[in-house]
Write a protein that binds this ligand. Structure first.
Ligand SMILES: Nc1ncnc2c1ncn2[C@@H]1O[C@H](COP(=O)(O)OP(=O)(O)O)[C@@H](O)[C@H]1O
Ligand SMILES: [Mg+2]
Length: 314
């Protein structure tokens, strides 16, 4: 019987029916799976990932590639398809078509194995409001298979780090929005995930909490984790992320390092200016470094709302 080995990238023959051979091949395949995920597989890879809602094509055949260890920003205007994509990448929403591989494993074929290795703060956070912060973190830790002592230890360390330890009796439902965000992030990292997915982690968070979140994310990156976050706060993405992708009306319109995007946009602007094409956006001066906001506006093709006039506002 010929089987395909992802490690060897060619068919391997698993022959014979005796028990010894079967035990060997089972061990080989288990071992092969471990090797496969830790080698050079991308952290996240999608192939023509698509999601429809009735007649609406919310995500349209996107091919994402995120390398392990990258701090990756997924940007796009409101309604572009960011949350839909992150839900599909974390197994919270089924794709209409296309493939997703996380750390070299097919998400549909291996959902539990994949979910063990990732953490997610989805759009609505999905916390349990009737528990205290400590109860919630302990619960999540135990669900990820941590033993009682480890779950308790990490819970108290995380509550301390996130400055959530002051009101041990408060229920999650009574937490402020920013406190809930910090708790959701603590829950997403309690099992030490290799990839962290965050949907708008800084939205509704004050400067102090935002500093705490950033410190935690940078610490994770320093330890080799991969982070995939969506945000519309471009200054934060510019400061934190090494790589970005831009989605617009469901389609991926750019992907690469910040430097690659900047160089691409600058070259395109120069060509357009050379052809006498007019742009709503001023051309970059030679040597001027475009900000991520300028890159974003040029790629997505918008003009600042502030520049538009609402005559009735007076
Ligand atoms: N459950 C749903 N049912 C119908 N339409 C949806 C649903 N979720 C998202 N959409 C639509 O899909 C598009 C992309 O939404 P979303 O991924 O939330 O955008 P973003 O996170 O980039 O703001 C939007 O037009 C939105 O209205
Ligand atoms: Mg969203």
């Amino acid at each position: 019987m010929a089987k395909y080995s992802k490690v060897l990238r060619r068919p391997v023959s698993i022959t014979g029916g005796n028990a010894q051979t079967s035990r060997f091949s089972l061990r080989f395949r288990r071992c092969a799976r471990v090797v496969d995920t830790s080698m050079d597989a991308p952290a996240i890879s999608t192939e023509n990932l698509t999601r429809r809602f009735g007649g609406l094509l919310a995500v349209d055949r996107i091919n994402l590639r995120v390398t392990p260890g990258q701090f990756f920003g997924f940007l796009g205007p409101n309604g572009a398809g960011k949350s839909t994509t992150i839900k599909m990448l974390t197994g919270l929403l089924a794709p209409s078509s296309g493939r997703i591989e996380i750390l070299g494993r097919d998400l549909v074929a291996d959902p539990v194995d994949v979910k063990r290795q990732i953490g997610v703060v989805p759009e609505g956070m999905a916390l349990f409001g009737r528990l205290t912060g400590a109860e919630y973190l302990n619960f999540v830790g135990r669900m990820y298979g941590l033993d009682r002592a480890t779950a308790a230890q990490r819970t108290s360390e995380l509550l301390e780090f996130m400055q959530l330890a002051d009101q041990p009796k408060a229920l999650v439902t009574d937490y402020s929005h920013g406190m809930q965000k910090k708790l959701a992030l603590a829950a997403a990292v309690i099992h030490g995930p290799r990839i962290l997915f965050l949907d708008e982690p800084f939205e509704g968070v004050d400067a102090l909490a935002s500093g705490t979140l950033k410190a935690m994310l940078q610490r994770m990156i320093a330890r080799g984790a991969t982070i995939f976050l969506t945000s519309h706060v471009l200054e934060i993405v510019e400061r934190l992320c090494s790589h970005v992708a831009i989605i617009h009306r469901g389609q991926l319109v750019a992907q690469g390092s910040l430097e690659e995007l900047r160089a691409g946009v600058q070259a395109q602007t120069a060509v357009a200016a050379g052809n006498g094409a007019s742009s709503q956006l001023p051309a970059a001066a030679p040597g001027e470094k475009l900000t991520l906001e300028e890159i974003f506006l040029r790629i997505v093709g918008g003009s600042r709302i502030a520049d538009q006039e609402l005559s009735w506002l007076g």
